[in-house]
Ligand binder design. Sequence first.
Ligand code: UDP
Length: 317
Amino acid sequence: MRVLITGGAGFLGSHLSDRFLAEGHTVIAMDNLITGSTDNIAHLAGHPRFTFINHDVTNYIFVEGPLDAILHFASPASPVDYLELPIQTLKVGALGTHKALGLAKDKKARFLLASTSEIYGDPQVHPQPETYYGHVNTIGVRGVYDEAKRFAEAITMGYHRYHGVETRIVRIFNTYGPRMRLRDGRVVPNFIQQALRKEPLTCYGDGAQTRSFQYADDLVEGIYRLLHSDEVEPVNIGNPGEFTIKQFAEVINQLTDNPAGIVFKDQRTQDDPQVRQPDITKAKRVLGWEPRFDVEEGLRRTIPWFREELQRRGELS
Ligand code: UDP
């Protein structure tokens, strides 16, 4: 297959590029590098089946030659990022998805949308199955991401129903692993860096809010299976192992032998979901997929990457 990955220089886009290349496919990674980085794909420079194009997908996308699949992963994805980049976040979810779907229609390519558990908002159903419609504050600060992704799902179904484009939608739950941006502000990079520096971990609020964290390789496997499946409607891909943020901080302190403990900070964003956990019954049934890495195994593979990255930058002795 010849595959276009938008957001290809991002955390997830770069892991997807690796996977598709390893399976023998040709990958074109497209990114405007506002939150992505060529550091994430530097190891692919010169690969005979890999190309990088610096382009903002909210503008008309031109790709020469045939395409078999388009994976639309371009978007700021951390709350700190989309709070700082509200217009770009809305544009890439709306205009960028429109352009990528137009390209898929033109090339007769299969289209896979990276959607998100954020479309469930601050959920009132727990855990969240795909049939839950969500509880989103349209005008809240997180609305720029949540509504852009909800629109992206709607236009994806529109192109499927009206134009017959073959589409897939993955709803991604909190994912971590090597190549997360050090300063993206999310809980995993924050906690790991604080722990490696032997500083206290900053729990926002009382730390009683929950998240369910999956390791990047599990997500990539789920996406690979979804693309090759016949499932048109959204599929949750996430690890159902649910932790309070305080428990999660304790796990990281334990794995890093950090004696500095936890501090509580009054820094939760508006509408920060109180709970989040995927119901993965559908992924199990239609994809035969379930996560393989529990949180400790995943973190044991992630922490050394952060340590090396901080040392490389001279930020950790
Ligand atoms: N959080 C925290 N300390 C941090 C960063 C985040 O306690 O240093 C909390 C945040 O308030 C949220 C959860 O961790 O409840 C997950 O936040 P993240 O930004 O990783 O992503 P989200 O799941 O909210 O999109």
